[in-house]
Design a binder for this molecule. Structure first.
Ligand code: FAD
Length: 322
């Protein structure tokens, strides 16, 4: 295998291919201590943005806001705040959006969130029933805040036009292999269309394992009229435990070849190598096939995410000090 690119004939990603990271608010003392280093390592790679997840029902409200504020304060990388709406009243959701806007956020990822696993089937969802409604609320609150600007017209001393409000990015989730609760493939596309109609302008996918699944989903979305970019979300499976966790989170089927290779490999280093190589090869195929960039779920392992990007030719890990 070469230093950059992989051995199966897929070209490394072209220089300048956008990439981004997703961070989780720390849940342990050790993760909290490592946070400043994690942020600085990821930021120094030059991502397009860093996204910070948000616990459904507001369970990580303070820690998510803290990570967001740190990224704004300590780096020049734009931050994307995930927000969830399940279980919130209108007032609570509006207050949450204002807090994140106050923290300097200009990009959001609006997701509904899931009810607690032990919640009864008829538990109320809250005032906002879907991610699309949260997208609309973010737009409304953002518009309230956009400064009113008048732009003078050249040559007409007393005339002016109202300047356009700055465009915020509002991303939404997309599910190449279907949302686990979805009744049909067409329901997933209809939901994405509803999010677009509500004003979303980017989608980020749930993790998946096969490039063909992504391309087939994008094709179906385009035929149905979805026009915004659909950014593939990837996560390297570096141990059988990580792979099981990914399957639990995403509801994906076990990619049997990867599962077997991770199970039979005897060393930690070998398993890490298998996971990084699999993710890098997938990223190269996706970009070669037209994906607009790569979004990496980091799960508190910045070096692994950076190694995937190095393997695709996008980052020199020595230069970013990992
Ligand atoms: P929605 O799009 O609102 O869909 C929820 C369900 O309602 C779906 O079954 C959908 O088909 C149905 N539905 C929606 N709109 C309509 C409609 N108009 N008509 C009929 N049916 C409809 N969870 C977190 O708690 N925190 C996070 O930070 C987080 N980040 C995520 C990031 C990404 C990239 C992704 C893909 C998921 C993330 N999730 C996160 C998980 C997400 O909250 C769950 O997958 C949740 O079950 C669905 O969220 P959604 O935004 O897709 O919901």
């Amino acid at each position: 295998m070469s230093a950059h690119g992989t051995a199966d004939g897929v070209a490394p990603c072209p220089a300048g291919t956008p990439f981004s990271f997703e961070l989780y608010p720390p849940r342990t003392e050790a993760a909290s201590r490592a946070l400043p280093d994690t942020i600085s390592q990821l930021a120094s790679a030059g991502p397009d943005f860093m996204a910070v997840t948000y616990g459904a029902g507001g369970s990580s409200h303070d820690s998510s806001l803290d990570v967001v504020r740190r990224i704004v304060r300590d780096t020049s990388v734009p931050v994307m705040a995930h927000l969830t709406c399940i279980g919130s009243s209108h007032e609570q959701a509006a207050r949450m959006i204002r807090e994140f806007l106050d923290a300097g956020v200009t990009r959001f990822l609006a997701v509904r969130g899931d009810p607690p696993v032990d919640a009864p089937a008829d538990a109320p969802l809250g005032d906002l029933k879907s991610a699309a409604e949260l997208v609309q609320l973010i737009h409304r609150i953002q518009a309230e805040r956009a400064p009113y600007r008048e732009i003078p017209l050249l040559g007409l001393p007393h005339a002016s036009v109202v300047g356009k409000a700055e465009k915020v990015t509002i991303a939404v989730g997309a599910f190449p292999n279907g949302h686990p609760r979805s009744r049909s493939r067409s329901q997933d596309i209809d939901t994405l269309l509803a999010k677009q109609a509500a004003g979303a302008n980017l989608a980020i996918t749930q993790m998946f394992f096969h490039a063909e699944d992504y391309f087939a989903f994008v094709d179906r979305a385009r035929v149905a009229g979805v026009t915004f970019p659909i950014l593939p979300g990837l996560m390297p499976a570096t141990t059988p435990t990580v792979l099981r966790r990914m399957l639990d989170l995403s509801g994906e089927d076990l990619p049997s070849e990867l599962g077997i290779r991770l199970e039979v490999e005897p060393t930690d280093e070998g398993r890490r190598e298998i996971g990084i190589d699999y993710a890098a090869r997938l990223a190269e195929r996706l970009v070669a096939g037209g994906a607009p960039g790569i979004h990496l779920y980091t799960f508190g392992r910045p070096r692994t995410a950076l190694s995937v990007l190095e393997r695709c030719g996008l980052v020199d890990t020595a230069a970013v000090g990992s």
